[in-house]
Every structure is written in structure tokens, then in C-alpha cells.
Design a protein around this ligand. Structure first.
Ligand SMILES: Nc1ncnc2c1ncn2[C@@H]1O[C@H](COP(=O)(O)OP(=O)(O)OP(=O)(O)O)[C@@H](O)[C@H]1O
Length: 241
């Protein structure tokens, strides 16, 4: 579904921060994007979303690049950013309405989905409140609610658990698994390696902007000849060189 081929990119052409990355995300799987601070995870995500232009290589979604068909490309993706981004002048419910309109969701369908999500994340009572009155975790929930309202083919999630309470973390994990069962492809960047090991099907281990290791846990164990290693142990080995 998502194919990243030889992607090189960064904030200036002279100094790329990601180098020749190649990987894919298939329907019905969660792929973990793992790396130290500054490894290039968010930069990779920005290139996939089309917020940055590759220096070389390309990103295709179901065979098409963003440039070939921007509307189709964007309508298939939802993104949960690392830091909440919202419109100060819109209430939580208006954010959901705006998202539904942007993705052209049927009205009956989105109202039903939105109310179920609000219940699941215990946000029904504040649905007509403005987000600047919310706590950080509640603001993060707006991003999660909007993304799952869309039920995209490809969901990209950047550090989603930061600031969430234990019930919200569980609700998010439930939604990720449900999305996966329904055929969603999910690319998730996280530092919580225990959770990644449990929930991700495959991994991309980035170090200094390059893929050092990828595959499922048993493939990566085999590559490093560490048959019993946890994801965290494999990652530390890679990160320490
Ligand atoms: N706006 C920017 N302008 C210039 N350089 C940037 C910018 N944002 C990030 N970088 C640089 O790009 C590199 C990769 O950063 P990136 O944000 O992709 O890392 P990350 O893996 O997402 O890290 P973290 O785990 O801390 O979120 C770093 O060296 C960083 O300094």
C-alpha cells in the first residue's frame, strides 16, 4: 500500500537527514518506526505526508505519488502528530465536523462514529468546549478522534502515547488493533519499545537517518544472531553501533 523507495530528504539539499530509505506498509499491519531522538522519524513522516519534498526517491500510496493525484493521495491518509495541532476558534465537535467535511464523510456515518469515539475517550461532556481549555492529554485526544473518525487506509502516528492517561492508552491500542483487523495499514513511531514489540508486526530501526535493521522480530533476531533478544535489546545494540 505505502511504498517508500530510496527516499533521501532533509531541510537543505546540502545536508540530507534521511538517506535512501526503502520500506513498505501493507494493509492490516502495524509497522513500528523506531529510532533515537534526531534519528529522522518525524522527517520521514513529513516526507510521506507530502509536507516535505524528497531530494531523491519517492513515496507512493497504492501505486500513485502525491504529485500524480494529490486529492486521492491525501484522502487515504490520516495523521496523528506528536504535538496536538488545533484551531483555537473551533470546539472539539467542530474539529470533528471539519474533518468529516474535508474527507467527505457521510453525515449519518460521521455523527455515529464521532459519538462512539467521544464516549470511548471519555470526551462526550466536553465536546462543545474549545481545545485551549483542555489539558495536554485531552488536546492529544482531539488528534486521535479526528484520525479514527476518518478510518483511513493508511494511518501515520507519531509518538501517540505521550501525555495520555492509562485508559486513553488502552482505548488507542484497541482502536489500532481494530483498524488493523479492518485492513488499515499503520505506521507508528514510538520510543515505548515494550509496547511496540507487543503491537507492531514489523519494525524499521532508524539510526542517523539510515535504516540499520528491518523486519519482524524473529528476522531481526536472526540478522543480529541474538535469538532471545527483545526489541529493546536489538535496538540498543544497533544504536550503540
Ligand atoms: N525544522 C528543522 N530544520 C532543520 N533541521 C531539522 C528540523 N527538524 C528536524 N531537524 C533535524 O533533522 C534531524 C532528524 O530530526 P527528526 O525530528 O526527524 O528526528 P526524530 O527521529 O523524529 O526525533 P525525536 O525522537 O526526538 O522526535 C535532526 O538532526 C534534527 O536536528
Amino acid at each position: 500500500m505505502l511504498t517508500v523507495q530510496q527516499l533521501t530528504g532533509g531541510y537543505s539539499r546540502q545536508q540530507p537527514v534521511i538517506h535512501a530509505l526503502s520500506f513498505d506498509v501493507q494493509p492490516g499491519e502495524i509497522v513500528g518506526l523506531i529510532g533515537l531522538n534526531g534519528a529522522g522519524k518525524s522527517t520521514t513522516i513529513k516526507h510521506i505526508l507530502g509536507l516535505m519534498t524528497p531530494i531523491a526517491g519517492n513515496v507512493t500510496l497504492n501505486g500513485k505519488t502525491l504529485r500524480e493525484d494529490p486529492a486521492a493521495f491525501r484522502s487515504q491518509i490520516a495523521f496523528i502528530p506528536e504535538s496536538p495541532q488545533f484551531y483555537e476558534e473551533l470546539t472539539l465537535w467542530e474539529h470533528l465536523e471539519l474533518t468529516a467535511r474535508a474527507y467527505r464523510l457521510d453525515e449519518t456515518l460521521y455523527i455515529e462514529r464521532a459519538n462512539a469515539l467521544l464516549d470511548q475517550f471519555r470526551m462526550s461532556k466536553v465536546k462543545h468546549w474549545f481545545p485551549h481549555t483542555f489539558s495536554k492529554g485531552m488536546q492529544q485526544k482531539i488528534m486521535i478522534l479526528c484520525a479514527f473518525l476518518v478510518q483511513p487506509s493508511l494511518l501515520i502516528v507519531d509518538e501517540p502515547f505521550v501525555g495520555l492517561d492509562p485508559l486513553a492508552i488502552q482505548a488507542l491500542l484497541d482502536l489500532l488493533q481494530e483498524g488493523k483487523r479492518q485492513g488499515m495499514g499503520i505506521l507508528m513511531s514510538t520510543h515505548i519499545l515494550g509496547m511496540a514489540e507487543t503491537y507492531c508486526d514489523r519494525f524499521i530501526l532508524l539510526h542517523d537517518g539510515r535504516i540499520q535493521l528491518k523486519g519482524n522480530l524473529s528476522e531481526m533476531r536472526q540478522t543480529l544472531s541474538q535469538p532471545q533478544a527483545s526489541l529493546e535489546q536489538l535496538f540498543i545494540k544497533i544504536a550503540k553501533g
